[in-house]
Design a protein around this ligand. Structure first.
Ligand SMILES: [Zn+2]
Length: 466
């Protein structure tokens, strides 16, 4: 029985989906104005594993992640780069996909863009005004917080407490200082859409309410994000959705802990390695996954090169053990059912306890240890062979969730392998033309990102530096 820690009730609860056999998940996605921060890789990986584990349990999962493509940050970036906001969003959406592919994150079923759903958002605001939960003021529309008696139920913040902490914003047009923007009137030269309140654009909180309910229904199963989003973002999402539809918005609220890089010494030693792209220039996507998986998703993670290096050696260990195990068996995975079933039981016991990946991964490493003992023997009897098969099958099965075994090095392994083939061909052509300068340049640049090119009597080979 799967249990999930629900931020809404502050308890671990049995997972009972709205529709039997189906799981509907919404996760707050990136604002596509930049390469994403390594801290944001954590929710992306966390909910990728949540999704893959639910699929492993047999659920038919629908996974939705929004792309915020209109926002102050995007407008500022457009001015900075002297391109349109659409071009900014398009450019960084493409970069986002490159990074999540490297992190071996399965693509969501839908990536709704805010600008494609202005109509749905306007409809929601109209309903909220009609029902007395929102009001217009000088072309802006605000959510009237005191009208929503349940406001604060997710974050546990009490209304009076919130009011006491806010200073009076004079001349803002708000009735209450806490009221948040649903619709923002347009400033000159900003992208804007027609609305009943004049030209403007939606507030950030609104897009998640409008798009999650559009694709997953008015009540759906799981909403995920980082703990930094509990207040005000998720609190506001609940207020908007529940006041619009008059029913529970989300049954299970999940929040992952932060990747901690606040330590000054740590920040300094990390230099510029703050975007996922920069980290992926030095470490494998699988290693970043391993770093996250080896901790429970709700615990904070201290981020450092040392931790990433440790994670990378764990990735190398599991990969080499798995591959050597397969070799020893000549790829024949018949039998081993009992060992396999036992391991799966242990694994599920860990994972069913609020997706305890640290526990789940420790079971995988027990299997790795067992395989290594068997591999050290010259000949295996039937019983040992059977155990080896069971353990290898188990490692293979759980890797459908964790995805940490290296697959890139294999011939033609994914897009990465294909790109390497093209680069090697290009280098061969350069060498044939005796363009040593460019061919060496290509080799040296690849080496800088830990890809080694070697010319052997059997042709040119490439490998990832260990
Ligand atoms: Zn959101």
């Amino acid at each position: 029985m799967l249990k999930i820690f629900n931020t809404l009730t502050k308890k671990k609860e049995e997972f009972i989906p709205v529709e039997e056999g189906k799981a509907k998940i919404y996760v707050c996605g990136p604002t596509v104005y930049n390469f994403f921060h390594i801290g944001n890789a954590r929710p992306f990986i966390t909910y990728d594993i949540v999704r893959k584990y639910l699929e492993f349990l047999g659920y038919d999962v629908t996974y939705v992640m929004n792309l915020t493509d209109i926002d102050d940050k995007i407008i500022n970036r457009a001015i900075e780069e002297k391109i349109s906001t659409e071009e900014v969003a398009e450019k960084y959406t493409a970069e986002f996909f490159k990074d999540i592919d490297e992190l071996r994150i399965k693509r969501a079923d839908v990536y709704p863009k805010a600008t494609d759903h202005i109509k749905e958002m306007i409809q929601m605001v109209e309903t909220l005004i009609e029902k007395g939960f929102a009001y217009e003021s000088k072309g802006d529309v605000y959510f009237n917080i005191p009208q929503n008696k349940e406001y604060g139920k997710l974050s546990g913040k009490i209304l009076e407490e919130l009011q006491a902490s806010e200073r009076t914003a004079t001349g803002s047009g708000k009735k209450n200082d806490l009221d948040f923007t649903l619709w923002k009137s347009a400033k000159p030269n900003e992208p804007a859409w027609e609305s009943p309140w004049g030209k403007g654009r939606p507030g950030w909180h609104l897009e998640c309410s409008a798009m999650s309910t559009k694709y997953l229904g008015e009540t759906f199963d799981i909403h995920g994000g980082g703990t930094d989003l509990v207040f005000p973002h998720h609190e506001n999402e609940i207020a908007q959705s529940e006041c619009t539809f008059g029913k529970q918005f989300v049954n299970y609220w999940m929040h992952n802990g932060m990747l901690n890089l606040n330590d000054e010494k740590m920040s300094k030693s990390l230099g510029n390695f703050f975007t996922t792209r920069e980290v992926l220039g030095k470490f494998l996507g699988e290693s970043v996954r391993m770093l996250m998986i080896q901790k429970h998703y709700r615990s904070p993670i201290a981020y450092s090169f040392e931790r990433l290096e440790e994670a990378q050696s764990s990735v190398e260990r599991i990969t080499s053990t798995y591959k050597r195990g397969l070799e020893k068996l000549n790829g024949n995975l018949e039998g081993g059912d009992e060992v396999f079933a036992q391991r799966i039981e242990q694994f599920k016991e860990g994972m069913n306890d609020d997706f305890n990946t640290a526990k789940g991964m420790s079971i995988v490493f027990e299997a790795v240890k067992e395989v290594n003992i068997l591999l050290s023997k010259l000949n295996l009897n039937e019983t040992e062979k059977n155990i080896l098969v069971g353990e290898i099958k188990f490692i293979e099965k759980t890797d459908k969730i964790f995805d940490v075994i290296l697959k890139k090095e294999e011939e033609g392994g994914g897009k990465f392998g294909e790109v390497m083939k093209i680069l090697i061909k290009l280098r061969k052509k350069l060498r044939a033309k005796k363009d040593w300068e460019l061919s060496d340049y290509l080799r040296d640049e690849l080496e800088k990102i830990n890809i080694l090119i070697q010319d052997t009597p059997n042709g040119t080979k490439w490998d990832i530096k260990k």
